[in-house]
Write a protein that binds this ligand. Structure first.
Ligand SMILES: *Cc1c(COP(=O)(O)O)cnc(C)c1O
Length: 220
Protein backbone atom coordinates (compact mmCIF):
# COMPACT_ATOMS: atom_id res chain seq x y z
CA UNK A 1 0.00 0.00 0.00
CA UNK A 2 1.45 3.39 -0.89
CA UNK A 3 2.09 5.55 2.13
CA UNK A 4 0.16 8.73 1.41
CA UNK A 5 1.69 10.39 4.45
CA UNK A 6 5.10 9.82 2.91
CA UNK A 7 3.90 11.72 -0.16
CA UNK A 8 2.58 14.60 1.94
CA UNK A 9 5.78 14.80 3.95
CA UNK A 10 7.91 14.79 0.81
CA UNK A 11 5.78 17.50 -0.74
CA UNK A 12 5.83 19.61 2.44
CA UNK A 13 9.61 19.19 2.62
CA UNK A 14 9.99 20.19 -1.04
CA UNK A 15 7.90 23.33 -0.48
CA UNK A 16 9.96 24.24 2.59
CA UNK A 17 13.21 23.72 0.70
CA UNK A 18 12.02 25.85 -2.23
CA UNK A 19 10.93 28.75 0.01
CA UNK A 20 14.17 28.48 1.99
CA UNK A 21 16.31 28.69 -1.16
CA UNK A 22 14.33 31.66 -2.42
CA UNK A 23 14.99 33.35 0.94
CA UNK A 24 18.70 32.59 0.65
CA UNK A 25 18.51 30.03 3.44
CA UNK A 26 20.05 26.57 3.64
CA UNK A 27 17.13 24.08 3.64
CA UNK A 28 19.23 21.64 5.66
CA UNK A 29 19.22 24.14 8.54
CA UNK A 30 15.44 23.80 8.97
CA UNK A 31 14.12 20.83 10.96
CA UNK A 32 10.57 19.69 10.28
CA UNK A 33 8.68 18.58 13.39
CA UNK A 34 5.42 16.79 12.62
CA UNK A 35 2.78 17.73 15.20
CA UNK A 36 0.77 14.57 15.82
CA UNK A 37 -1.78 15.74 18.39
CA UNK A 38 -5.23 14.20 17.90
CA UNK A 39 -3.77 11.88 15.26
CA UNK A 40 -3.65 8.11 15.79
CA UNK A 41 -0.49 6.16 16.47
CA UNK A 42 -0.73 4.50 13.01
CA UNK A 43 -0.25 7.92 11.47
CA UNK A 44 2.82 8.58 13.59
CA UNK A 45 4.32 5.23 12.59
CA UNK A 46 3.51 5.85 8.92
CA UNK A 47 5.00 9.36 9.08
CA UNK A 48 8.25 8.04 10.57
CA UNK A 49 8.40 5.35 7.89
CA UNK A 50 7.69 8.13 5.41
CA UNK A 51 10.81 10.05 6.34
CA UNK A 52 9.79 12.27 9.25
CA UNK A 53 12.51 12.42 11.92
CA UNK A 54 10.88 14.62 14.58
CA UNK A 55 7.40 14.53 16.14
CA UNK A 56 5.64 16.76 18.64
CA UNK A 57 2.69 16.60 21.04
CA UNK A 58 0.97 19.00 23.44
CA UNK A 59 -0.32 16.55 26.05
CA UNK A 60 1.86 14.04 27.82
CA UNK A 61 -1.04 11.65 28.56
CA UNK A 62 -1.84 11.48 24.86
CA UNK A 63 1.81 11.04 23.83
CA UNK A 64 2.74 8.37 26.39
CA UNK A 65 0.96 5.53 24.62
CA UNK A 66 1.18 6.98 21.15
CA UNK A 67 4.97 7.42 21.28
CA UNK A 68 5.82 4.32 23.31
CA UNK A 69 8.54 2.25 21.70
CA UNK A 70 9.05 4.48 18.67
CA UNK A 71 12.76 4.02 18.11
CA UNK A 72 14.71 6.66 16.26
CA UNK A 73 12.21 9.51 16.42
CA UNK A 74 13.10 12.71 18.24
CA UNK A 75 10.09 13.64 20.38
CA UNK A 76 9.22 17.24 21.24
CA UNK A 77 6.92 18.42 24.00
CA UNK A 78 5.21 21.61 22.80
CA UNK A 79 2.36 21.96 25.32
CA UNK A 80 2.01 23.82 28.57
CA UNK A 81 4.30 22.38 31.26
CA UNK A 82 2.52 21.35 34.45
CA UNK A 83 5.15 20.80 37.13
CA UNK A 84 3.42 17.66 38.46
CA UNK A 85 3.84 16.09 34.98
CA UNK A 86 7.56 16.85 34.71
CA UNK A 87 8.68 13.27 35.28
CA UNK A 88 6.27 11.89 32.67
CA UNK A 89 7.32 14.62 30.22
CA UNK A 90 11.01 13.79 30.59
CA UNK A 91 10.31 10.06 30.28
CA UNK A 92 8.31 10.59 27.09
CA UNK A 93 10.14 13.38 25.25
CA UNK A 94 13.66 14.32 24.14
CA UNK A 95 13.09 18.06 23.78
CA UNK A 96 10.88 20.37 25.89
CA UNK A 97 10.06 23.45 23.82
CA UNK A 98 7.69 25.17 26.18
CA UNK A 99 9.54 26.38 29.29
CA UNK A 100 7.94 29.73 30.03
CA UNK A 101 8.60 30.16 33.75
CA UNK A 102 11.23 29.20 36.27
CA UNK A 103 9.25 26.63 38.27
CA UNK A 104 8.43 24.71 35.07
CA UNK A 105 12.10 24.66 34.05
CA UNK A 106 13.22 23.70 37.53
CA UNK A 107 10.78 20.77 37.60
CA UNK A 108 11.94 19.54 34.18
CA UNK A 109 15.60 19.91 35.24
CA UNK A 110 15.00 17.91 38.40
CA UNK A 111 13.23 15.17 36.45
CA UNK A 112 16.10 15.15 33.93
CA UNK A 113 18.60 14.64 36.74
CA UNK A 114 16.39 11.82 37.98
CA UNK A 115 16.68 9.93 34.71
CA UNK A 116 20.37 10.85 34.38
CA UNK A 117 20.00 12.49 31.00
CA UNK A 118 20.09 16.24 30.27
CA UNK A 119 17.01 17.47 28.43
CA UNK A 120 17.20 19.89 25.56
CA UNK A 121 14.94 22.85 26.33
CA UNK A 122 13.64 25.97 24.63
CA UNK A 123 12.25 29.08 26.29
CA UNK A 124 8.73 29.74 25.07
CA UNK A 125 8.27 33.45 24.47
CA UNK A 126 5.04 35.33 23.91
CA UNK A 127 5.04 37.42 20.74
CA UNK A 128 1.31 37.60 20.22
CA UNK A 129 -1.64 39.11 22.09
CA UNK A 130 -3.76 36.08 21.08
CA UNK A 131 -1.47 33.64 22.92
CA UNK A 132 -1.93 32.67 26.56
CA UNK A 133 1.48 31.21 27.33
CA UNK A 134 5.08 32.27 26.95
CA UNK A 135 7.31 34.66 28.84
CA UNK A 136 7.68 38.29 27.74
CA UNK A 137 10.64 38.51 25.32
CA UNK A 138 12.35 41.06 27.57
CA UNK A 139 12.30 38.63 30.50
CA UNK A 140 13.53 35.63 28.51
CA UNK A 141 17.32 36.17 28.90
CA UNK A 142 17.08 36.25 32.69
CA UNK A 143 14.95 33.10 32.73
CA UNK A 144 17.43 31.35 30.41
CA UNK A 145 20.33 32.36 32.67
CA UNK A 146 18.58 31.01 35.76
CA UNK A 147 17.73 27.76 33.98
CA UNK A 148 21.35 27.35 32.86
CA UNK A 149 22.45 27.59 36.49
CA UNK A 150 20.48 24.42 37.20
CA UNK A 151 21.93 21.13 36.09
CA UNK A 152 19.73 19.02 33.83
CA UNK A 153 18.69 21.41 31.07
CA UNK A 154 20.46 22.22 27.85
CA UNK A 155 18.82 25.56 27.01
CA UNK A 156 19.20 25.85 23.26
CA UNK A 157 16.99 28.71 22.08
CA UNK A 158 13.41 29.90 21.87
CA UNK A 159 10.00 28.75 20.71
CA UNK A 160 7.08 31.01 19.84
CA UNK A 161 3.57 30.71 18.46
CA UNK A 162 2.65 33.33 15.88
CA UNK A 163 -0.41 35.54 16.14
CA UNK A 164 -3.69 34.03 15.03
CA UNK A 165 -4.37 36.46 12.19
CA UNK A 166 -4.40 36.73 8.40
CA UNK A 167 -2.32 39.88 8.58
CA UNK A 168 0.97 38.66 7.08
CA UNK A 169 2.89 41.76 8.18
CA UNK A 170 1.80 41.25 11.78
CA UNK A 171 2.95 37.62 11.66
CA UNK A 172 6.32 38.64 10.22
CA UNK A 173 6.74 41.32 12.92
CA UNK A 174 6.03 38.80 15.68
CA UNK A 175 8.50 36.31 14.20
CA UNK A 176 11.15 39.01 13.81
CA UNK A 177 10.78 39.71 17.53
CA UNK A 178 11.22 35.99 18.25
CA UNK A 179 14.39 35.94 16.12
CA UNK A 180 15.76 38.97 17.93
CA UNK A 181 15.00 37.33 21.28
CA UNK A 182 16.99 34.24 20.26
CA UNK A 183 19.99 36.57 20.07
CA UNK A 184 19.52 37.62 23.69
CA UNK A 185 18.68 34.14 25.03
CA UNK A 186 21.45 32.33 23.17
CA UNK A 187 21.41 28.88 21.62
CA UNK A 188 20.91 27.63 18.11
CA UNK A 189 17.21 26.81 17.82
CA UNK A 190 14.48 29.18 16.66
CA UNK A 191 11.24 27.18 16.73
CA UNK A 192 8.70 29.30 14.86
CA UNK A 193 6.25 28.48 12.08
CA UNK A 194 3.16 26.25 11.89
CA UNK A 195 0.86 25.16 9.03
CA UNK A 196 -0.51 28.66 8.45
CA UNK A 197 2.62 30.76 8.86
CA UNK A 198 5.69 28.67 8.00
CA UNK A 199 6.64 30.81 4.99
CA UNK A 200 6.94 33.94 7.15
CA UNK A 201 8.90 31.89 9.69
CA UNK A 202 11.45 30.89 7.04
CA UNK A 203 11.88 34.54 6.09
CA UNK A 204 12.56 35.33 9.76
CA UNK A 205 15.19 32.64 10.26
CA UNK A 206 13.33 29.65 11.67
CA UNK A 207 15.43 26.55 12.29
CA UNK A 208 12.47 24.41 13.35
CA UNK A 209 8.96 24.29 11.88
CA UNK A 210 6.16 22.62 13.86
CA UNK A 211 3.64 21.41 11.29
CA UNK A 212 0.43 19.54 12.10
CA UNK A 213 -2.55 19.93 9.79
CA UNK A 214 -0.53 20.63 6.63
CA UNK A 215 0.91 17.11 6.95
CA UNK A 216 -1.69 15.07 8.81
CA UNK A 217 -4.87 16.82 7.77
CA UNK A 218 -7.55 18.28 10.02
CA UNK A 219 -7.66 17.18 13.65
CA UNK A 220 -10.63 15.24 15.00
C1 LIG B 1 -0.94 22.43 17.33
C2 LIG B 1 0.38 23.09 17.38
C3 LIG B 1 1.20 23.17 16.23
C4 LIG B 1 0.79 22.67 14.87
O1 LIG B 1 -0.29 23.43 14.39
P1 LIG B 1 -0.81 23.30 12.89
O2 LIG B 1 -1.49 24.59 12.64
O3 LIG B 1 -1.71 22.13 12.85
O4 LIG B 1 0.38 23.11 12.02
C5 LIG B 1 2.45 23.74 16.39
N1 LIG B 1 2.88 24.22 17.57
C6 LIG B 1 2.13 24.18 18.67
C7 LIG B 1 2.65 24.73 19.95
C8 LIG B 1 0.84 23.63 18.61
O5 LIG B 1 0.08 23.61 19.72
Amino acid sequence: MPNSLATRIASMRASIDAVARRAGRDPAAIVLVGVTKKQPRESVVAALEGGLTDVGENYVQEAREKYAGLAGARKHFIGHVQTNKAKAIVETFDVVQSIDRYDAGRAIARAARGVGRPVRALVQINVSPTERFGIAPGDAPELAARLRDDEGLDVDGVMAIGPNTDNRAEIARAFALAAKTLGTVGGSTLSIGMSGDWEEAIGCGTTMLRIGTAIFGARA
